[in-house]
Write a protein that binds this ligand. Structure first.
Ligand code: SF4
Ligand code: SF4
Length: 105
């Protein structure tokens, strides 16, 4: 059974660059037709088929994406949270696919 994931976006910090849209192998992400307070179309998850691969969080230049991956107890736990792109970048991955680098599909 495929791993289930979920992503959340800090929509007010999103600049609408679409890098996460292009990086998502599941086509789970697109830009909202709505604008945030900065006047940008912000990223949203549009399908419940996220695998928690973390690609979107890794490419986001504004570090506004948190990825959650369901564990065996069916709780969704954060696996990638990137903060402070101009300061420290911390990425924590649990259970990376065997033989693949983190974020690989
Ligand atoms: S974690 Fe992977 S599958 Fe989920 S939205 Fe991000 S890029 Fe797509
Ligand atoms: S990569 Fe980051 S800044 Fe760019 S659209 Fe996606 S969430 Fe927004």
């Amino acid at each position: 059974m495929a791993i289930k994931g979920k992503v959340t976006f800090d929509i007010e910090m999103c600049k609408g660059c679409e890098l996460c849209v292009d990086a998502c192998p599941q086509k789970s992400v697109r830009l909202s037709p709505k604008l945030n307070a900065q006047g940008y179309h912000y990223a949203v998850q549009i399908q419940d088929n996220c695998t928690g691969c973390t690609n979107c969080a890794l490419v986001c230049p504004d570090a506004v994406i948190t990825v959650y991956r369901e564990n065996r107890k069916k709780d969704r736990v954060p696996v990638a949270r990137i903060s402070g792109v101009t300061e420290n970048i911390t990425v924590t991955i649990d259970e990376p696919a065997a033989g693949k680098p983190a974020g690989a599909v």
